[in-house]
Design a protein around this ligand. Structure first.
Ligand code: ADP
Ligand code: MG
Length: 247
C-alpha cells in the first residue's frame, strides 16, 4: 500500500512552547487513523503540520510524496477543523454553494458540467443533507454543518479527509450517524485522519491509532494499541493522573 502522509522526525514549537517532538509516522492509502492524546498534547498541531499549514522546525513531512507545505492540490484534501461546530464564524453561502465550490476546485474550470452537478447532488445525498441545500451554512446545527463540510470534500473527490474533533457539540444520534458515514467513506477507499478524544468511539471506528503527547507513544492497529500501555503513559506524562479531555 502506498504512503500518503509521511512524517519523519518532526519537531515543532510555537516560539518557546514545544508542541510536537521527534514524531515519525506514516499513513497508508486507505488507512483510517485516529489521533488520541490529552488536551494540549499536540494533536491539532500535528494535523496542521500534516496538511502543510506549518513548516516543521526539524524533520520532514510529505503529502502524496511532496513536501506538505508545497502541496498545492488542496482539493485532494478535505479538512474539517476543530470548532467548526462553533457558529460564530460567518459563512454567508448556502450549503449547495459551499459544495459547488469544492467541485469547482476539483474541476478547475469555472463552468460546471452535468456530470459535476450530478457529483454535487450525490454528495448531498450521501451525507443526507439534500433538504438543506438552500440553507446558509452558518445557520446549520453543528451536526448538519459537519455533514456539509464532508459533502464538500466528497464533491471535490478528496483522497484524504482530516477531521479535528468533528463531533464536539453534536448530539449522540447525529454523532453515531456521522461515524457510520465515515466508516462507509473509508470502505470506499478514503483515507481518514481523525482526532477524537472519546477512546471508545475512536477505537470502534479506526483501523490504527496514533497516541501522542508531544512525542508519539504508539502507532499501530487498534488491538495492539488497546493492549499497550501507550494511553496511560501518554496521559501520565501531563499530570500523573488520567485526565479526561472535554475540550
Ligand atoms: P491538542 O490539539 O492536542 O489539544 P494543540 O496542538 O492544540 O494540542 O496544542 C499543543 C501545544 O501547543 C499546547 O501547549 C498549546 O497550548 C500550544 N499551542 C497550540 N496552538 C498554539 C498557538 N497558535 N500559539 C501558541 N501555542 C499554541
Ligand atoms: Mg486540538
Amino acid at each position: 500500500m502506498s504512503t500518503v502522509v509521511d512524517v519523519q522526525n518532526v519537531t515543532f514549537a510555537y516560539g518557546e512552547t514545544p508542541a510536537v517532538e521527534d514524531v515519525s509516522l506514516s499513513i497508508s492509502d486507505g488507512e483510517f487513523v485516529g489521533l488520541i492524546g490529552p488536551n494540549g498534547s499536540g494533536k491539532t498541531t500535528l494535523l496542521h503540520l500534516m496538511i502543510g499549514l506549518y513548516e516543521p522546525d526539524s524533520g520532514s513531512i510529505e503529502l502524496f510524496g511532496e513536501p506538505a507545505t508545497e502541496f498545492d492540490e488542496g482539493e485532494r484534501l478535505g479538512y474539517v477543523g476543530q470548532r467548526s461546530t462553533d457558529r460564530s464564524g460567518t459563512m454567508p453561502v448556502t450549503v449547495r454553494e459551499a459544495i459547488l465550490m469544492g467541485r469547482f476546485a476539483r474541476a478547475g474550470r469555472s463552468r460546471l458540467t452535468d456530470e459535476d452537478r450530478r457529483i454535487v447532488a450525490d454528495a448531498m445525498e450521501t451525507v443526507d443533507i439534500r433538504e438543506l441545500a438552500n440553507r446558509r451554512v452558518d445557520e446549520l446545527s453543528g451536526g448538519q454543518r459537519q455533514r456539509a463540510f464532508i459533502a464538500r470534500a466528497l464533491a471535490s473527490e478528496a483522497d484524504i479527509l482530516a477531521l479535528d474533533e468533528p463531533t464536539v457539540g453534536v448530539d449522540a444520534d447525529s454523532r453515531d450517524r456521522f461515524y457510520d458515514l465515515l466508516d462507509e467513506l473509508n470502505r470506499n477507499g478514503m483515507t481518514i485522519i481523525l482526532i477524537e478524544h472519546d477512546i471508545d468511539i475512536l477505537t470502534k471506528h479506526v483501523d490504527t491509532v496514533a497516541c501522542i503527547n508531544r512525542e508519539l507513544y504508539h502507532h499501530g492497529d487498534t488491538v495492539s494499541f488497546l493492549e499497550s500501555d501507550a494511553l496511560s503513559e501518554a496521559y501520565g506524562r501531563t499530570s500523573g493522573i488520567i485526565q479526561h479531555n472535554h475540550a
